[in-house]
Design a protein around this ligand. Sequence first.
Ligand SMILES: [Zn+2]
Length: 230
Amino acid sequence: MDVTEVVPGLHLLSLDFVNAYVWHGPDGVTLIDTGLSGTGPAIETALEQLGLHRSDLRRIVLTHFHDDHAGSAAELASRSGIPVLVGRGDAPFVRGEVPGPPPVVTPAEQALYAVATADVRPAPAVPVVEPLDDGHVLDVAGDAVVLAVPGHTPGSIALHLPRHGVVITGDTVAEHQGRAILGPFNTDRAGAWASLQRLASLDVDVACPGHGRPITGAAAALRRATDPFG
Ligand SMILES: [Zn+2]
């Protein structure tokens, strides 16, 4: 697994086909997304590469409930006893109270969806989560602003790190060949597109998507984003 510095204090963990991010600063260590179920040991190895230990983790933030992002949250949180934070709209799905809504798969997405979901085990439920609302400020990276970006899932969130010129987008944005695109497999495609436009209005240098590489020149790249699967 690759561990790549995005900006000082923020690292990308490339977990197979999905990303997680680690913030490490004076306000502690925060893990954003957790990969597939069973990825916990790989994340611990990545933390060790950064000179950190699982016990240094202060919180886990999930951008949304999907199995490839929430997969190892239960495992990591139960061992560390740390809180798991998720957008309010996705909290019931992460808690396992009700199944999350499936995406509306477009004809252009069907082949990719079959591949993307072939080996994905359901994310074990996280019985207790802290729901996040739009505008909530987290003590991460010297203030991280929670942005509700519904559409990919009902409770998708992005994290804006204004002091660092970074937005962590979850799957509202994906990177393809260096460009920003609307992430595929949305519950509400029009809503996801509107949420992407909101992210495009931010003054940011780097967008950190759920899949693909970080996107530099992010504000302009997001304004030029396309929806190739629509
Ligand atoms: Zn997703």
